[in-house]
Ligand binder design. Structure first.
Ligand SMILES: CC(C)(COP(=O)(O)OP(=O)(O)OC[C@H]1O[C@@H](n2cnc3c(N)ncnc32)[C@H](O)[C@@H]1OP(=O)(O)O)[C@@H](O)C(=O)NCCC(=O)NCCS
Length: 320
């Protein structure tokens, strides 16, 4: 079960055949809706994941987000009951499911396919962070299909020169846009490079990893670091640092996907508890609360953004 804001997602039960009949415009009296639900349930039994049924807080069924394993990718589908706000609902549900997939499912490309004229589904997929992959265009029985793919996460213990350049560029742009990643607007490239290279050196020591979110074409969309604590008594904890996404693509779920990737990376390191800190007055507490964090400490005036502009340093934590 996944819960988010005003919707929840759960695996299918037999009784969902009614919803399938409605969504596919097939009479419930036919065998097809029940058969579809049976296949969904078999997929869950075999793979441990599959189609999610979308419900509102009153338990009303609103649609589904399908996840189906193929040989070298996972196909995602989305269908919601027609009505006002349908696209908004589809976007919210898809955002939650693709983030969950990036955090928990086998490390395979996640793809959605759609007819070129299906602009509504394309917008829903793009709002969930997926991007068009033109090389995957194909036809089946004369029908044209386009494919959008979810960004992928790269968990790295080294930063190749070209990646370093892209990270440095993004970090500078994020600073200039007022992002709270250790600097203020106008910070020099040398100052940022020094901090970045400090991280690169720590990667080599083995307790810190770099988590990068990349588009299917390999462009950098965001990054951050998972820094494991040193010392025997705190080795099960880590701090998430310098979380940032491309300023040009904000609001397209990349922050959520990056957080999913960072949690995945931390778990792979054996981490059970994560902390992070943010600059007060940025609204970031709300952002992190969505991903399960709770405020655990606050240092009044602990961050000096400019003379006369002191902000609280806020610490948040969650267990993984
Ligand atoms: C924080 C950050 C990583 C989020 O990335 P993003 O690409 O905007 O993420 P998403 O598209 O997943 O955004 C998800 C939601 O978070 C909200 N959000 C993003 N930044 C927010 C902020 N500073 N305060 C409050 N809400 C914020 C968005 O409005 C969006 O809400 P919606 O879904 O209701 O529209 C990005 O804004 C960033 O890089 N900020 C600058 C660097 C920074 O300050 N990092 C934090 C270091 S502690």
């Amino acid at each position: 079960m996944i819960t988010a804001d005003d919707l929840s997602l759960r695996p299918p039960v037999e009784d969902d055949a009614q919803l399938v009949a409605e969504l596919m415009d097939v009479p419930i009296s036919t065998e097809r809706p029940a058969q579809i639900v049976r296949l969904w349930r078999e997929h869950w039994d075999e793979r441990g994941y599959g189609t999610w049924i979308i419900e509102d807080p009153a338990g009303r069924r609103l649609g589904f987000v399908g996840l189906r394993s193929h040989s070298d990718f996972i196909r995602v589908t989305i269908r919601v009951i027609e009505g006002e706000g349908g696209d908004d609902l589809a976007t919210r549900a898809l955002r939650v499911v693709v983030s969950h997939a990036l955090e928990w499912l086998p490390d395979l490309p996640l793809r959605i396919r759609l007819a070129p004229e299906d602009v509504a589904t394309r917008e829903v997929a793009e709002a969930a962070g997926m991007t068009y992959a033109p090389d995957l265009d194909h036809a089946v029985d004369g029908d044209e299909w386009q494919v959008l793919e979810l960004p992928y996460v790269r968990i790295a213990d080294r930063v190749p020169p070209r990646a370093r350049e892209a990270m440095l560029k993004m970090w500078g742009e994020v600073n200039d846009a007022g992002g709270a990643v250790g600097f203020v607007p106008g910070a020099s490239q040398e100052d940022v490079a020094e901090v970045l290279d400090g991280y690169v050196a720590r990667l080599a020591e083995g307790r810190t990893v770099c988590v990068a979110l990349n588009s299917p074409l390999g462009e950098l969309l965001g990054f951050g670091f998972v820094a494991r604590s040193t010392g025997m008594t705190v080795a099960h904890t880590a701090n998430l640092e310098r979380i940032m996404t491309d300023t040009a693509r904000r609001g397209t779920n990349h922050g959520a996907l990056l957080m999913a990737g960072m949690h995945r990376a931390a778990r792979e390191m054996g981490v059970e508890l994560v902390t992070l800190d943010y600059r007060g007055g940025t609204g970031l507490g709300e952002f992190y609360t969505r991903y399960g964090y709770t405020e655990v400490g606050r240092i009044p005036g602990g961050v000096r953004v400019a003379p006369g502009d002191d902000r609280d340093g806020v610490i948040m934590a969650r267990s993984l």
